[in-house]
Design a protein around this ligand. Structure first.
Ligand code: F6R
Length: 242
C-alpha cells in the first residue's frame, strides 16, 4: 500500500483529484468506482473545478457506485443516487446513462444485486475504485463480520453505521436498516484503489486496516491483499503514522 499523509486539505483533495484526472487523460473510457459519504466530497468538488477549466472530461467514462440504501428511490433526496447527482454528475459531462448506482428500491433485491454484478462483469473491471472507510473498518457497506460476501448483496447496517450516517437524515430512526453494497470481492477486482481517510475518529480503523492482521472483522484490512492501493490520510486520520 502506498500511504500518504497530508498537512493541508488542499493537497489532500488535489492529489485525489489528480489521480482520477490523469486516469481519464490516459484512458477517457475509464470505469470509475465511486463512493459517497463526507470524505470524497472535496475530491468531487475539485474534479468539477478541473472539468470547468477544461482539464478533465468524463464524456466517455462510466461509473459504478459502491452502495445504495434499501427502500430509498433514486429521486429520494437522501439516496446515494441523489448524492452523486448533487456532488458530481450534475456538474460534469458524464453520460448519466453510463452512471450506475444499485437500485435500493428494486422489487427483487436479489435480482438487482445479480444484475449489478453482471453489468460490472461485462463492463469492468473498474479502473479506479474510490473508497472511504467506516470507523468500524467497513468499506462500501461491508460491515465487520465472521465472514464477508464477495459479490453485490443486501446487508443489515450495524447500529454504529446508522448512528454515523444519522447526520445526513432528520434522525437516526430515519436511516434505512439495510443497504445494497458491492462485495469485497467485487471491490478487490478494481485495477487500482484510492482510499480516502479523514478525521481522528478514523485513525484507529485505518491503522488496523493497514498495519493489523487481515481479518473480516476489519473489512478494509483485505485491501492489504491488493497490489495497487493508494491511501490518502489527513493529519487526524494519520496521527499514528510518523
Ligand atoms: C459510501 C461508503 C462508505 C463510506 C464510509 C465513510 O459509499 O461506501 O463505506 O465511505 O462509511 O463515510 P464518510 O466519508 O461519510 O465518513
Amino acid at each position: 500500500m502506498n500511504i500518504f499523509k497530508f498537512e493541508n486539505d488542499e493537497d489532500f483533495v488535489q492529489t485525489g483529484a489528480n489521480l482520477v484526472a490523469s486516469l481519464l487523460q490516459s484512458n477517457p473510457k475509464a470505469v470509475l468506482g465511486l463512493a459517497t459519504g463526507s470524505t470524497p466530497i472535496g475530491v468531487y468538488e475539485r474534479l468539477v473545478q478541473m472539468y470547468r477549466k477544461g482539464l478533465v472530461s468524463f464524456a466517455k467514462a462510466s461509473s459504478y457506485n459502491l452502495d445504495e440504501y434499501v427502500g430509498l428511490s433514486a429521486d429520494h433526496p437522501k439516496s446515494y443516487r441523489s448524492f452523486m447527482n448533487k456532488h458530481l454528475f450534475d456538474h460534469i459531462d458524464i453520460d448519466l446513462s453510463r452512471t450506475h448506482v444499485p437500485d435500493g428500491n428494486a422489487k427483487d433485491l436479489t435480482a438487482e444485486c445479480l444484475a449489478y454484478d453482471q453489468r460490472l462483469e461485462n463492463e469492468g473491471p473498474v479502473d479506479l475504485q474510490i473508497l472511504g472507510i467506516g470507523s468500524n473498518g467497513h468499506i462500501g457497506f461491508n460491515e465487520p463480520d465472521a465472514s464477508l460476501t464477495s459479490g453485490t448483496h443486501v446487508v443489515d447496517l450495524l447500529p454504529e453505521t446508522r448512528e454515523a450516517n444519522a447526520r445526513f437524515f432528520p434522525s437516526v430512526t430515519d436511516v434505512p436498516m439495510q443497504a445494497i453494497t458491492m462485495g469485497v470481492g467485487s471491490i478487490l477486482k478494481a485495477q487500482q484503489i484510492l482510499l480516502l481517510v479523514r478525521g481522528a475518529e478514523k485513525a484507529e480503523a485505518i491503522r488496523k486496516a493497514v498495519k493489523g492482521p487481515i481479518t473480516t472483522q476489519c473489512p478494509a484490512s483485505l485491501l492489504q491483499s491488493h497490489p495497487n492501493v493508494m491511501v490518502l490520510l489527513d493529519e487526524g486520520a494519520g496521527q499514528w503514522l510518523k
